[in-house]
Design a protein around this ligand. Structure first.
Ligand SMILES: [Zn+2]
Length: 310
């Protein structure tokens, strides 16, 4: 890290054994922890593919992580694109209930709350001027491959899949959002421990840097605006992310199994706040990647040069 930081305008801010932080002139902060796959970028947790190592006073971070995770989030985006159409994907539906908490009449199915959140988010995004398409507008089963397919066919600019999490161990402790984007080629996913592990390329890898920036901005906004535990930006080759040709993320917006967070997830006021936080994240992403607005004078010039058809 000392070589990388010197070459990229960062300086050592603090070191305490295996914990180290760097900062640059823009006061951007980067922190690493020995043996941890989590980097803190401006206070937001981001999963790396390999743990940071510490040897003889030096912190070592894998080249793959510098190139595919750190640099895309600390340097100015090298692309500009206006967002018009956003596809929202309410997770599960129909026979696929998703996670379930409680029993019978008093039980809660994930599919119910992903749809409610998508509908609220649709309302708020439309109010912000976006064209919004849902992969399902009712309690219906939609095959996984069909979901990115809809986004590709509609030429969507962004794809946002909505889910709620559950855990079987540590229900009282595990809470907070996790935002996923596609795993870099050659790396293992945050959620893969051998099972179904896959290292290959997917169509989503062609826009993975954009997806990472979108995931970062949405995770940051959720943590900041909801005041919740930061469960990190993570990487996964989820079926709904793999085939997306546009920036795509999957938001696990909290844990249904947590006694406090679970209740909030089922509450409409909190749902509005969650949707508002996701909108702010999308707007932050758009602000960073928006093309400069076209000056009207050059438009007028262009009109005068348009040739009439013969
Ligand atoms: Zn789910």
């Amino acid at each position: 890290m000392s070589g990388w930081s010197a070459a990229n305008g960062f300086r050592l801010q603090a070191r305490n054994g295996g914990s180290v932080s760097y900062t640059n002139r823009a006061e951007l902060r980067l922190a690493f922890e020995k043996d941890s796959r989590t980097a803190k970028i401006n206070g937001v947790n981001v999963a790396m593919s390999f743990p940071a190592a510490y040897d003889k006073g030096e912190t070592l971070v894998a080249q793959l992580d510098l190139a595919k995770t750190i640099e895309p989030l600390v340097f100015k985006p090298a692309w500009q694109k206006k967002i018009s159409t956003i596809v929202l994907d309410p997770g599960h539906g129909g026979k696929d209930t998703g996670n379930r908490v409680g029993f019978g009449f008093f039980g809660h199915s994930e599919k119910t709350y992903t749809l409610l959140l998508a509908q609220e988010l649709q309302k708020q995004l439309q109010a912000a001027g976006f064209n919004v398409i849902l992969t399902r507008a009712k309690d219906a089963f939609v095959e996984l491959p069909l979901r990115p397919d809809i986004a590709n066919r509609k030429n969507a600019d962004l794809f946002v899949s909505l889910h709620f999490n559950a855990t079987q161990v540590g229900k009282a402790d595990v809470n907070g959002p996790e935002t996923y984007c596609i795993t870099p080629v050659g790396a293992s996913s945050s959620n893969a421990e051998g099972k179904g592990a896959n290292y290959g390329a997917t169509p989503a890898n062609t826009v993975e840097i954009k997806s990472l920036l979108l995931a970062y901005q949405v995770q940051r906004s959720l943590v900041k605006n909801l005041g919740v535990e930061d469960r990190s930006v993570r990487r996964a080759r989820f079926a709904v992310l793999r085939d997306c040709e546009m920036p795509a993320i999957l938001v696990e917006s909290g844990y249904m199994t947590h006694p406090v967070e679970g209740k909030k997830i089922f509450d409409s006021t909190y749902r509005k706040q969650t949707a508002a936080a996701i909108v702010k994240g999308i707007l932050a992403y758009q602000k960073l990647t928006a093309p400069p607005s076209a000056p009207t004078t050059s438009l007028t010039n262009k009109v005068s040069t348009v040739r009439k058809p013969r």
